[in-house]
Design a binder for this molecule. Sequence first.
Ligand code: NAD
Length: 500
Amino acid sequence: MSTTETQVRPGLQIETRLFIGGEFVEAAQGGTIPVTNPHDNSILAEVSEATAADIDRAVAAAREAFPAWKKMSASDRGRLLLKLADAIEADAEYLAQLESLDTGHPIRDVRNLDIPRTAACFRYFGGIADKVEGTVVPVDPGFLNYVLREPLGVVGQIVPWNFPLMFTSWKMGPALAAGNTVVLKPAEITPLSALRVAKLMSDVGFPKGVVNIVPGYGHVAGQHLAEHRQVAKIAFTGSTAVGRKIVQASATNLKRVQLELGGKGANIVFEDAPLEAAVMGSAFAIFHNQGQACIAGSRLILHEKIADQFLDKFVALAKSVKIGNPLDPTTEMGPLTSAGHRDRVLAYVEVAKEQGGRILTGGTAPSNPDLAKGCYVEPTIVEAEPEHRVCQEEVFGPFVTVTRFKDDADAMRIANSTSYGLGGGLWTTNLKRAHMFAREIRSGMIWINSYKRVHPGSPFGGVGESGYGREMGFFAMHEYTEAHSVWVNYDAQIPPFYKR
Ligand code: NAD
């Protein structure tokens, strides 16, 4: 084993160096970031810490790689992404263990959701690469005007810790398919799977410098990348607070910015809802990945007629969720991803109580002594009023508020009462009402009798303080290209207003 690899489980070695210009390299200043296992807070690895000099190196490598990558035929770029999707599937078990150890995701979910979704997303963008067409605009007689979609150049991508593997595909898939080169900064606490993807990219033949992966702290490496004058765009997923800093940093060269920020998903259960499905779907909406999802259904809004009946079932379901070591395939909920975040989530229990919120279940760490060293929090359900802080602020944990409503107008008012607008759910058998609400709720995505469905072809993103821009599908291809308008005077005639 080399000094740059750490072995955490028999046979599982971890790459800890930065990936720049097609090579794994040490950080310029030699600093490292401790990466912990949230199950017991043991150190998994010490990962090289990128600082400004490393970001500069990575941007330079991406700039050098850009002209050839842009010129490569789109279908060849696509073919590399397809090969990467295959490589991810072939590496699925390694990736699943690594991601589960680093993030605390139950391995069951990583195997069944994160890995297939990551492969599917890279595959989708592999397929779409050569299908982005320009347009011809019907302009004045004698002129042809056609519009090309051109890549932007070097794209900086900054991602959070809640789905680090999946976000490599959401971010890099469209950027690379469109012909950009990439510098991706993973979250400092979960950089391991992105470094593994870098290795797989190198194995399948991505040219040097097309992708560079630089784990580092946000206020150092992230900030430098966001300010970098040779970066054409920052695609950011993370908190609204940091999103604001990204916008400010982008002013250096007026680079493009795409923001996928926080959320406070309204999940409305009407009196005519299919109740069993609504209970199960609402539990998935908030407890999957320990509630650490921007689109989590974190505000349950229940019609007063069915609220008690719904809550009997929902609270019982929450109490029965199997919490445990994420590597145990029967575990349904693992730890939160860091101790600091666990403390932040538990602090919201006190915030709820101070404002008169009623804890229906949870609100503490589990009593199981086997989990005492880890970052665990019980599924927590709190009855609260729409104006309470816990109904307004993103908690980002297994923490759901419950509010009752009287009629449709009341439900709409509550649903639209936060500054966020990312995802939301509606449980009803009334088609007219479902479509009316789907349209009127201020939200980038709405699920009817379902929650948290995503697909690489369907636009993903928010409104309001949840950000702007869309990931996935042709929407994403437009985000990573710009319109390039070409005018041809095909008769070579001199227009009257040029004549002297
Ligand atoms: P965060 O904003 O603290 O960090 C996100 C990333 O930004 C990390 O890589 C971090 O290192 C970096 N960063 C921090 N400060 C920076 C700075 N000054 N300049 C540049 N980069 C900086 O968010 P987090 O706590 O890692 O993630 C949780 C948040 O992400 C939640 O708010 C969640 O809703 C949001 N999120 C949004 C989506 C979406 O698609 N809308 C998806 C997942 C998570």
